[in-house]
Design a protein around this ligand. Structure first.
Ligand code: SIN
Length: 275
């Protein structure tokens, strides 16, 4: 049981819950919020909109940047009692290479997740929406680290299985999916976009059926491990993703409602599933 990147702030949770968090940590591995090379403020507020069955977020990747992360966040995340996965996003292959190399040099880091949902500034294409772009990104970084590389796939691709195959062929050790689906909400008073970033990413129960289908298609296409996520809120949901071919699962939006959801769902998954 992992967390979806950006859905559980372990540093803030440690401040709120103290060492009790470490004793009852909700996940078996922890995935950091995505970091970029330069610091980012993120999108203007409002950043969240609740839908009847999920959430639209337009956070915009606020983070301290690579140097700030390594100096300030990594030492705190290294105290967690589980392996650490650092999520990175580059706006070019060179940026990605710097991120992967420098993150991979740190012994506190167990694995690296490449979030390829961003537009490549060189081509304008969203890296993860295109198999060729994805393969070129993985090829660029593969030799720079001996850490296992996970590629986080976007569901906003016409053929996620083709992107997964391209990532695997270029040397990815695992793929994770799904990231959020593009969505939008209007302010009922003005009929203008509610979110400061105009559009956002839809997550939660609303996307679970889509995620399950994409996880199944990807798992059928690749022989590397698949980390499945998208609206998982119970052991039954997690079991469905495993049955569809996921090697392990991650909890995202449900952790905002219940910070202990990862632990609860892992416990439910270990029990026989009702039919
Ligand atoms: C965000 O910070 O905007 C979310 C990042 C993501 O969906 O990959």
């Amino acid at each position: 049981m992992l967390n979806g990147s950006g859905t559980f702030d372990a540093i803030a949770a440690r401040r709120a819950f103290g060492d009790a968090l470490l004793e009852r940590f909700p996940f078996h591995a922890f995935v950091s919020k995505t970091i970029t090379l330069a610091p980012r403020e993120g999108n203007p507020p409002p950043r969240l909109w609740e839908t009847p069955a999920g959430l639209i977020n337009s956070i915009g990747l606020p983070n301290k940047g690579l140097d700030g992360f390594l100096a300030l966040d990594l030492p705190e995340l290294a105290e967690l009692p589980v392996p650490l996965v650092v999520s990175v996003m580059g706006f070019s292959r060179d940026e990605l290479a710097t991120l992967v190399q420098r993150v991979g040099e740190r012994e506190e880091v167990g694995l690296i997740e490449m979030n390829v949902s961003c537009p490549n500034v060189e081509t304008g294409l969203v890296m993860g929406a295109d198999p060729v772009e994805t393969a070129r990104a993985v090829e660029r970084v593969r030799a720079l680290t001996d850490r296992p590389l996970i590629v986080k796939l976007t569901p906003n691709a016409s053929d996620p299985a083709a992107v997964a195959l391209a990532a695997a062929g270029a040397g990815a050790d695992a793929v994770s999916l799904i990231n959020t689906l593009k969505g939008m909400a209007l302010d009922p008073r003005t009929a203008q976009p509610w979110l400061g970033g105009r559009t956002g990413g839809v997550s939660g129960p609303a996307v679970r059926a889509i995620a399950l289908e994409q996880v199944g298609a990807v798992a059928a296409a690749v022989s590397i491990p698949v980390i499945g996520m998208g609206g998982i809120a119970s052991g039954r949901h997690a079991a469905d993703f495993m049955a569809a071919g996921a090697t392990c699962v991650a909890v995202g939006t449900e952790s905002f409602r219940d910070p202990a959801a990862g632990r609860r769902i892992a416990g439910e998954l270990a029990e026989p599933q009702p039919v």
